[in-house]
Ligand binder design. Structure first.
Ligand code: MN
Length: 498
């Protein structure tokens, strides 16, 4: 499901013909060496493709338009090796529609003190040329990522790699299709939103079906297929009967297997990548999709509960951006549930009724069957686990009436102090940065939701860059946040995004 397209990023080097053929030959050679080193660094999730040096308006315009028209190209990395008069770049930049990165680097790392002369200076003057180029990009108001430093430095390579994932988020956002089989929960404000505006801003297609359209697919799943999947569950997860009858337990689990297969077929046939349910709108479903939704999230689908399509799309988006991360720790839908307010141990217990993605699990995953505290269905089967330790990024996309705002909070995930044997749901536990008091105050001031799209594998910077590329407001809550500064930022933003 979470197929990764083989996107590529073009590397465009700027120069001009003022310095002669010998210089241009060196420029081309240098940029080829850089591209080769970047591709061999192991730090970039996608391939960089070298392009011939750009020295005039026509070649610049053609390169950017070729990039627009190449479905494999997700963005262009630009670098002015020498001076490249930037008026030549205006038309090309104006017509360019994809993500732009300005890699401000230089071929040599150190000044060659013993040999440096004016020829060397003229050939290696990105400190000069990149300022000319950046001036025009700024004057044109074009969003771009600036990465500064020597190309062989692993930190610089990592920053490029991180930007690539944001650029993939920009590309893939317009391919996200959300299937709603439940509307927004009655009377709930924060999960509501303008679906037309979401399509304009993000490209998301957000459709609705009667849940019984999917129930038909669930009912059509063969007993043999259900049994095979139940066998897989039983081999993969620990079974916690907790006094329940073995046969009844297995039948309960089989209901979720049938839901997983039926929903997956429905979504695949219609090319949907995220799903929204509502515990109060289950039609002919025997159980609230719990284990089934957890498994679909693990396969790469976005999910939002109680009709929350914004979070469903964000979970899908973040799963795409984080795809194939080395030693990935996971991405999930989560909900702020309950607090620990003991001084020095403050944190928020994250969970949901059932639907937490097993990619964030730490250690063994179990299946439990328990009553649901809401709704009127059978006791649903669900995967139960605790989550990994480490920093993560929690996001909430809210609709303020005249605009979307993405709230991005760096959070520190911690182990809970003691086991919670009576809690039959998957959980995470985190302290928002800079601490619970300031973090929660800022989150409230920004109007953040109780539902979040969360990832261990994406940074605050990547999410903010994505929001910038989408042209929406973002606010960050992290170790540098103060309530006074944050309130001022919201005031200034309210003018800017008027
Ligand atoms: Mn909820």
């Amino acid at each position: 499901m979470l197929e990764n397209k083989a996107y590529k990023f073009w590397f465009a080097t700027g120069s001009q013909d003022l310095y002669g053929d010998e210089c241009l030959k060196n420029v081309a050679e240098h940029s080829k060496i850089i591209v080769d080193a970047l591709n061999k660094s192991g730090k970039l999730p996608f391939e960089v493709v070298w392009k011939p040096t750009l020295i005039d308006q026509a070649s610049i315009r053609k390169t950017f338009n070729d990039a627009n028209n190449d479905p494999e190209c997700a963005g262009v990395i630009t670098w002015m090796h020498t001076f490249s008069p930037a008026k030549m770049w205006i038309i090309g930049l104006q017509e360019f529609k994809k993500s732009l990165c300005h890699l401000h680097t230089q071929f040599n790392e150190e000044i060659p003190y013993d040999t440096i002369d004016m020829d060397f200076m003229n050939e290696n003057q990105s400190a000069h040329g990149d300022r000319e180029y950046a001036h025009v990009v700024s004057r044109m108001g074009i969003e771009r990522k600036i990465v500064v430093g020597h190309w062989a430095n692993p930190d610089v390579q990592e920053k490029l790699g991180s930007w690539m994932r944001t650029a993939i988020g920009v590309m893939e956002s317009s391919h996200i299709r959300v299937c709603r089989v439940g509307d927004n929960m009655n009377n709930v404000a924060v999960t509501e939103g303008d679906k037309v505006e979401a399509q304009i801003k993000f490209g998301w297609e957000i459709d609705h079906y009667n849940v019984n359209d999917v129930v038909d697919y669930v009912n059509a799943v063969s007993a043999a297929d259900v049994n095979t999947l139940v066998e897989e569950y039983y081999s993969k997860y620990q079974i916690l009967l907790e006094g329940r009858d073995e046969k009844e337990f297995r039948d309960s689990v089989a209901v979720q297997a049938q839901i997983e297969l039926g929903f997956e077929k429905f979504l695949t046939e219609r090319d949907y990548h995220a799903i929204v349910t509502h515990f109060g709108m289950l039609g002919g479903l025997k159980q609230l999709p719990g284990l089934a939704m957890q498994r679909l999230m693990e396969k790469g689908y976005g999910f939002g509960a109680e009709g929350d399509w914004k979070t469903a799309a964000m979970v899908r988006l973040m799963k795409i951006m984080a795809a194939n991360t080395k030693d990935a720790k996971g991405t999930s839908f989560l909900e702020d549930y309950t607090y620990n307010l003991v001084p020095g141990k403050e944190g928020i217990l994250q969970a949901h009724m059932l639907e937490v993605c097993p990619t964030i699990a730490d250690g063994p995953i179990s299946i439990k069957v328990n009553p649901l505290s809401m709704g009127n269905r059978e006791d649903p089967a669900r995967l139960v686990f605790t989550s990994k330790v480490g920093q993560g990024t929690a996001t909430s996309l809210v609709d303020l009436g005249n605009r979307f705002r993405l709230i991005v909070n760096a959070v520190d995930c911690k182990p809970v102090e003691k086991p919670m044997p009576k809690l039959p749901v998957a959980t995470a536990f985190w302290t928002p940065q800079p601490n619970l008091e300031v973090g929660a105050t800022a989150w409230f001031l920004a109007g953040g939701a109780h539902h979040t799209a969360f990832s261990y594998d994406l940074s605050v910077e990547q999410m903010v860059d994505w929001a910038d590329a989408m042209g929406i407001e973002s606010v960050v809550i992290d170790k540098d946040t103060t309530v006074r500064g944050f309130k001022n930022e919201l005031k200034w933003n309210s003018v800017f995004y008027r």
